[in-house]
Design a protein. Structure first.
Lengths: 257, 257
DNA sequence: AGGCGCTTGTGAAGTCGTGCACAAATCGCG
DNA sequence: CGCGATTTGTGCACGACTTCACAAGCGCCT
């Protein structure tokens, strides 16, 4: 166990340049832990056990401990984790010690909502610029920012050190926008348009597609409905609510031949 | 268009109400395949190979074939998949043969964008009702729907057979809204608020959190930046583009103590 | 000081998902 | 009618992730 963890007990709070290379699944959960930790900090907790934090983050405690162990040993056996220290560590690993500048392209329906979203600012990001291709939108002012024409992207991206771009244009324009973002030096893209983007090696893309989320839920609805005939095999007899949860499934399957 | 449900060549077009139970990872990809298929259909393709569809959906072809094989054998060796048939099958499995009614709670910044989003309608869903707790918003009309007070949820959910709910309220209200949705018979929830929801067994929750997506991207930015000193160790020597991708990484780490 | 209860960190086993590689199936063509 | 080109469906090995279970470490109490 004498793992020479980056930074950890080395006593030297100075330099910890090398990131441990975390499993992707762990990286995806760290932000959730971070949010939970901030909640705990605000409600006056100084320390928290893996059990407690796991509950707050909606995962099981073994997973949480293993995730955190990848960052190093920041817990105290018999006590738990120091909330403030853990926040610091996770923020460091996620690269949130600096406030990252983000460009938002496509100031339509969705873009407006995103531009006005406070959650960006409170969680480590700064919307540094808004872009659109529609001349009638250019110049419009939204939460303190003026919408710029997409042509100015390269210039502004360089000036503001923008490395993250958000695409909120129609799908038809998304690939073209992505190309322009990449050309402007952006190396991470969050894409809201329902399409696959092709980007060069070294550029990360994450996608958020509302309809996909709903369709996954739809599948589960479908599956639940096809199980209605079965008796309440409830593995856990103790579900509190589940009110009348019945009529909902009334007429589902029309599997009729 | 008689539903030739699963069991294609089994000859017995009798009853196959039971869904094959698909791996969760497969379920999550089916919507992506479906979108790609619709694109192909619109551009006049009648059939598509696993290779072609995989490219359109952004996955590798082996994965795609394995995913589809879970639904049954709907391809023709030497030819590929019949686009229309595959669309029909995937829509059946996802439970999209009926247009599912969705309730949207919280008609604020984000809620407005969602309410006006056409992608719902074109991909199997119908926003059946909008709810808010703010009296000044109740009565407002948005894309043909009147905003109702959250108190009317149970009544309307029953009347409209709503089984899916979308939460777009502040985090502080989300759990309470979730409880009300569940009490109204909703069994699937899409949550945009940054918090964990606790729901009874049998209710599915999916979460979309913008800030988490950005933080994951931030991690990768951080990691890329900590590698700048290394030469282009490119495991694959053949990256095509990678335009000027340079200055972007200029001043990164400010690993101050 | 020593023992006790609590909690972390982690080997190890189990589960799930991925990708390869190829036999089987089908079509088009000669 | 048979053959070769093509593409699916899948067995298998591998890797990633999850979960269990417990020894080691820590603080507190006596
Ligand atoms: N509205 C939603 O709730 C919602 C939800 C999920 C996904 N989406 C997706 O997000 C995207 C945007 O949705 P929306 O409802 O805001 O659409 P919208 O039409 O309201 O807005 C699109 C904006 O992009 C701009 N645009 C078009 N081409 C551009 C280009 N080449 N460069 C820069 N800007 C360009 C348009 O001028 C417009 O302002 C769509 O792909 C949609 O499918 C929207
Ligand atoms: N705006 C965005 O782009 C964005 C992006 C990602 C996530 N989110 C999240 O989505 C949620 C909504 O964001 P927003 O910007 O639209 O906030 P908002 O404040 O503009 O809107 C929230 C709406 O919910 C209503 N509401 C409050 N309590 C309610 C209750 N108990 N029942 C019913 N309605 C209630 C409010 O009246 C208001 O209309 C937040 O949790 C936010 O973190 C927003």
């Amino acid at each position: 166990m004498s793992q020479q963890r980056p930074g950890g007990q080395s006593g030297q709070p100075g330099a910890v340049p090398a990131l441990p290379d975390l499993p992707e699944a762990t990286v995806a959960r760290l932000p959730e832990y971070l949010r939970a930790l901030h909640n705990l900090a605000e409600t006056g907790h100084d320390t928290v056990s893996s059990e407690g934090l796991a509950a707050a983050a909606g995962v099981n405690s073994a997973k949480l401990r293993k995730d955190l162990s990848h960052l190093g040993s920041y817990g105290t056996r018999g006590v738990g984790y120091d909330v403030a220290l853990l926040i610091e560590q996770i923020e460091y690993v996620l690269g949130l010690t600096q406030r990252r500048a983000v460009a938002l392209v496509g100031v339509g329906n969705l873009g407006h909502a995103l531009a006005g979203y406070a959650g960006f600012a409170t969680r480590g990001f700064r919307i540094a610029a808004l872009f659109d291709a529609d001349p009638s939108r250019v110049g419009e002012q939204i939460s303190g920012l003026v919408v710029r024409h997409i042509e100015d992207l390269a210039e502004i991206a360089a000036a503001e050190s923008i490395a993250i771009g958000v695409i909120a244009t129609p799908a038809a324009a998304a690939q073209s926008v992505a190309d322009q973002l990449v050309a402007a030096g952006v190396t991470s893209i969050l894409n809201f348009a329902p399409c696959v983007l092709s980007v060069p090696e070294g550029v990360d893309v994450r996608k958020v597609d509302l309809a996909i989320e709903l369709q996954i839920l739809s599948f589960h609805e479908h599956r639940k409905a096809s199980l209605t005939s079965l008796p309440a095999t409830g593995p856990t007899g103790g579900l509190t609510a589940l009110p009348g949860g019945l009529s909902a499934t009334g007429t589902e399957e029309a599997v009729g031949t």
